[in-house]
Design a protein around this ligand. Structure first.
Ligand SMILES: [Mn+2]
Length: 258
């Protein structure tokens, strides 16, 4: 019998971020996880902010991430379906990750069915948000014309600026680490509204960096995945059950690393 029956979801690896855990150790940790699930994974959904910053120029891609990209290519070569969702830190992708590593790219929400259940997956930036300043900032980031201007900057400047931005990000600072209650969490608000006209069994988001498994009704659930610099959490769908699991291995995330 085919042992590849699981679908896995993870987000917010923030590879390259020089904060929290050591960036290289974080990449190794992600690769260990991918290796561990490789014999059971039918498909893997990587739900945004995988890179702390990714800017793809026409002929040039950012340095680093060789272990991660190699592992992804190994998985897709072996027939595992790997989906890559852009997040607010890595929305500036071209076709490199699809062509070179065989990933299926998504730049927005994706709804689909698996084993008779309905899924809605998105990174979650801007989803359910009412703050106009934040939405305007996202518009600037996504604007094609402004992106082409930024691409004209030499990578030494463009990439250095972005790394500085990431560390002192307005987006990151604008929310607290604490869950603010269902009414105040845009992702929860969005899911409650969306389930009025589409009977989604599982809403799965990243972005918020707070692992959460919330029952919206008897059958509808909302899962938020953790970030991998202090809460490496992923979701595992075995075809019948959905479980949110922590991925820890020796030497990673010792007490006090948070
Ligand atoms: Mn993130």
């Amino acid at each position: 019998m085919d042992s590849r029956t699981h679908t896995y979801f993870a987000s917010d690896f923030h590879l390259g971020l020089k904060a929290g855990t050591d960036p290289l150790e974080r990449e190794r940790h992600v690769v260990r996880w991918l290796t561990e699930i490789s014999s059971t994974a039918k498909s893997i959904y990587l739900v945004g902010d995988l890179f702390d910053f990714w800017w793809e120029y026409k002929m040039v891609v950012p340095k680093g991430f060789t272990r991660f990209l190699g592992k992804i290519s190994e998985l897709t070569d072996a027939g595992v379906e790997v989906h890559f969702f852009t997040g607010n830190h890595d929305m500036w992708i071209g076709d490199y990750l699809a062509k070179e590593c065989g990933m299926i790219l998504h730049t927005g929400e994706y709804r689909f069915e698996l084993n008779g259940r309905r899924f809605c997956v998105a990174h979650g930036e801007g989803v359910g948000v009412r703050d106009k300043k934040y939405l305007a900032l996202l518009w600037v980031f996504r604007n094609r014309f402004l992106r082409s201007l930024y691409s004209m900057l030499h990578p030494r400047i463009g990439i250095a600026l972005a790394h500085r931005w990431s560390l002192s990000s307005r987006l990151a600072k604008s929310y607290s680490r604490e869950f603010r209650g269902e009414e105040k969490e845009p992702l929860v608000r969005y899911a409650r509204e969306a389930m009025q006209d589409d009977d989604i069994d599982f809403f799965i988001f990243g972005h918020r960096h707070i692992p959460l498994d919330l029952s919206l009704s008897e059958k509808n659930r909302l899962l938020i995945l953790g970030n991998w610099f202090n809460a490496p959490v992923y979701a595992d769908w075995n075809g019948e059950e959905m479980t949110l699991r922590e991925y820890k291995s020796d030497g990673y995330l010792k007490a006090g690393d948070n």
